[in-house]
Design a binder for this molecule. Structure first.
Ligand SMILES: Cc1cc2nc3c(=O)[nH]c(=O)nc-3n(C[C@H](O)[C@H](O)[C@H](O)COP(=O)(O)O)c2cc1C
Length: 250
């Protein structure tokens, strides 16, 4: 069975292919390999049932020139959105390692809204792209400055986790490093109105936090930092600034 060992270097190379222009057709062999990989992903919550299906892009409302879309379905249990983010980011980075371009596509819809009682959550579109079309300098990507997402003692990884992808680039995370513990919060700037309606913001930002936790853990592992993770329920839709998501005791 395939084991993906080096997610870390793919963080620098990944990007969203908002439009898949050029590239080569994704082969059936690629799809088979991706399906094999999907069997090996590690969930954040092993007890939440999920289903992941690959369909042709034309079976969805995604028209970005991709070949296929990966559809994520889940039991709607506490933590299910960050679980999907955490799993999906493993796939995003794996696709990057194969020179397959990807796009988390939140606004996408699909015909099958439910599979065996599991709800449709989100999709990732993909197509094989030329190696040269991937990211060349991650540090040039548009992101919040470090001081807006990190407090307490700085770590090298802070300047890497900053580049985690998020819906509409909202970057809804905040980390506090104190007493050898990283506290990760879902962050919502008070009163700030973006282009997304508030219920959508709450939905996507919980997926974003799962993506962030996976990138953060990948960076900690790369630096050989041992940690114990504790996850916290994030159930309230109240518009508070910071909601504790996870703690990493180092
Ligand atoms: C959960 C999620 C949903 C997203 N949904 C969309 C979408 O519907 N349409 C789109 O064009 N991009 C979508 N994106 C891509 C983001 O706009 C992109 O990740 C962000 O701007 C950062 O850019 P980068 O991924 O190239 O680093 C989504 C990203 C995430 C993580």
């Amino acid at each position: 069975m395939y084991i993906m060992k080096n997610y870390y270097k793919e963080i620098f190379k990944r990007k969203s292919f908002h439009f898949f222009i050029g590239g080569e057709p994704t082969t059936e062999e690629d799809v088979k390999q991706i399906n094999e990989f999907i069997k090996t992903v590690e969930p954040l919550y092993p007890d939440i049932k999920t289903e992941i299906r690959i369909v042709k892009e034309k079976e969805t409302t995604c028209h970005r020139g991709a070949d296929y879309c990966i559809l994520f379905y889940s039991e709607p249990k506490e933590g299910y959105l960050r679980n999907i983010g955490y799993i999906g980011e493993q796939i995003d980075l794996y696709l990057t390692s194969l020179n397959i371009g990807a796009l988390w596509f939140g606004i996408g819809k699909t015909r099958e809204k439910e599979i065996e009682g599991l709800e449709y959550v989100i999709m990732i579109a993909f197509k094989r792209m030329p190696e040269g079309s991937f990211r060349k300098d991650m540090f040039k990507s548009k992101r919040k400055p470090l001081e807006e997402i990190w407090a307490g003692e700085e770590m090298d990884i802070a300047n890497i986790v900053r580049f985690t992808p998020s819906a509409c680039n909202t970057q809804p995370w905040f980390v506090e490093n104190k007493d050898n513990t990283l506290e990760v919060y879902r962050y919502k700037k008070p009163g700030k109105r973006g282009i997304m309606p508030i219920d959508k913001v709450m939905f996507y930002n919980r997926i974003d936090i799962g993506i962030f936790l996976f990138i953060l853990e990948t960076c900690l592992r790369e630096k050989d930092v041992k940690y114990q993770r504790e996850l916290f329920a994030d159930l309230s839709d109240a518009e508070v600034e910071k909601t504790l998501s996870a703690k990493y005791k180092m």
